[in-house]
Ligand binder design. Structure first.
Ligand code: SF4
Length: 129
């Protein structure tokens, strides 16, 4: 198998069926994914290949469906990457999930989220909007 990231997948130690929770209870697979060393790669794979069912990279199918595709510009952010993070933020996607989705380190995503929030508060206090 050339997909070496799969060899490091934590889910290999579990019954695969728990990652396809038909009852809608995804707590256990999400907990496993939360500790998985290849979570980001797994989520990227699921998005790139359009996996429709099951928990991948810690996100359920519904959560993956809600991730934004190429972003709309946000006037309070300076570039496309920040706009993407802003959109994820507005959708309630956590910093960790955003980092996995964007394949960037979580501290970087958190830093950018802080910057966006500060810029938005400044815009509000200056009476824009
Ligand atoms: S993140 Fe992906 S590879 Fe890792 S445990 Fe979850 S489903 Fe398996």
């Amino acid at each position: 198998m050339t997909d070496t990231w799969r060899n490091k997948a934590l889910c290999r130690q579990y019954d695969p069926e728990i990652f396809f929770p038909f009852t809608g209870d995804a707590e256990l697979p999400k907990r496993v994914c939360g500790s998985c060393p290849v979570r980001e790669r797994c989520l990227r794979y699921a998005l790139d290949t359009g996996q429709r069912y099951g928990v991948w990279g810690g996100l359920t199918e519904d959560e993956r469906r809600q991730l934004p595709h190429p972003s709309r510009p946000d006037p309070a952010v300076s570039d496309t990457f920040e706009a993407h993070i802003a959109e994820l933020m507005d959708r309630g996607i956590t910093p960790g999930e955003s980092a996995a989705y964007l394949m960037r380190p979580e501290p970087e995503v958190r830093r950018i989220r802080d910057r966006i929030q500060k810029r938005r508060s400044r815009a509000r206090s200056e009476g824009v909007g």
